[in-house]
Design a protein around this ligand. Structure first.
Ligand code: RIB
Length: 310
């Protein structure tokens, strides 16, 4: 049985490197094109597995070449794939632009990811053991995540919701079934209906009040904050790295954070692992091409500034 069970999305990523982002109506010539494995759910499963956790992934693929490639990738990563195939919908696809700054713009065509249902939630729950971490994001229907979290909690698992990408209507019941919520600054502001650039110290307590135990806000080059309901906030600064591509850095954070929690690490330790993994991911191109293993996370951790209580 798995330490980390991920219910989520798989996408075929089509990544164009561009000299800059195009303006509306503009046609721009790319400098390169890569095809790769992506999808927030699958990326997080790969990150958790490479961080050392026995990992299962639950989702829906199309009956196509992209779906077959996904299965082969999970097999080579030694991730237990509890996936079904949709007869009519294609495997999810993401169209990604990466600028020289390493920033990206992403458009997701959900395809079969939209078909993740209560049946998949039940399949996911079957993989959960006492003490495992059940992890979901928002590229698959929230109703399935709610079913998954409810069943996972009943089996003694803790639940971790990554609120990416931000969605307008996040069911209150899903938040109530979430132990730890992980959001980036934009998502946190959106969820709290606060203006852009509201500091994480303002957003964190509001988010933590919505989850059962804690909220984490990731802040890119500024590292991440942990807001536990029963403790002072903790800020873990990031390492200074040369940024090549930020695609999937947030997923690396979440996967490594989940893996650390599943092996019993304290939340502050898990936060440091997550920040180290996210920093490492920015130094290479692609979503899973850049996912560090446990040794790379440990090496990056030695370069992290110390965490501070805020
Ligand atoms: O978080 C990065 C991921 O977002 C990409 O792999 C893409 O598939 C989208 O889901």
């Amino acid at each position: 049985m798995a330490d980390v069970v991920v219910l989520g999305s798989y996408n075929l990523d089509l990544v164009a490197t561009v000299p800059r982002f195009p303006a509306p109506g503009e046609t721009l010539r790319a400098t390169g094109l890569l095809r790769g494995h992506g999808g927030k759910g699958s990326n997080q499963a790969v990150a958790a597995r490479r961080a050392g956790a026995a990992t299962a992934f639950v989702g829906v693929l199309g009956a196509d070449d992209a779906g077959a490639a996904a299965r082969a990738m999970w097999q080579s990563e030694m991730i237990e794939a509890l996936v079904s195939e949709h007869r009519d919908l294609p495997t999810g696809t993401a169209l990604i632009l990466v600028a020289p700054s390493g920033e990206n713009q992403i458009v997701v065509v959900a395809g079969a990811n939209e078909a993740v249902t209560a049946a998949e939630a039940a399949r996911a729950a079957g993989a959960v053991r006492q003490g495992a971490v059940a992890l979901a994001q928002l590229e698959t229907p929230p109703a399935a995540s709610l079913g998954f979290f409810t069943a996972a909690r009943a089996r003694g698992s803790s639940t971790l919701l990554n609120t990416a990408p931000a969605v307008a209507a996040l069911p209150p019941a899903l938040l109530a079934a979430t132990d730890i919520l992980v959001a980036n600054e934009g998502e946190a502001g959106f969820l709290c209906a606060m203006p852009p650039a509201t500091p994480p110290t303002r957003l964190g307590p509001l988010l933590a009040a919505r989850a059962a135990k804690a909220a984490v806000i990731t802040c890119g080059a500024d590292g991440a904050w942990l807001f536990a309901r029963d403790a002072a906030p903790v800020h873990q600064p990031a390492a200074t790295v040369s940024v090549v591509d930020t695609t999937g850095a947030g997923d690396c954070f979440v996967g490594a954070f989940a893996a650390a929690l599943a092996r019993g690490a304290a939340p502050e330790e898990a936060l440091a692992d997550g920040v180290a993994a996210g920093s490492a991911a920015c130094t290479r191109a692609g979503a899973i091409g850049s996912v560090p293993d446990r040794a790379a996370i440990a090496a990056m951790r030695t370069g992290l500034p110390p965490a501070r209580s805020g």
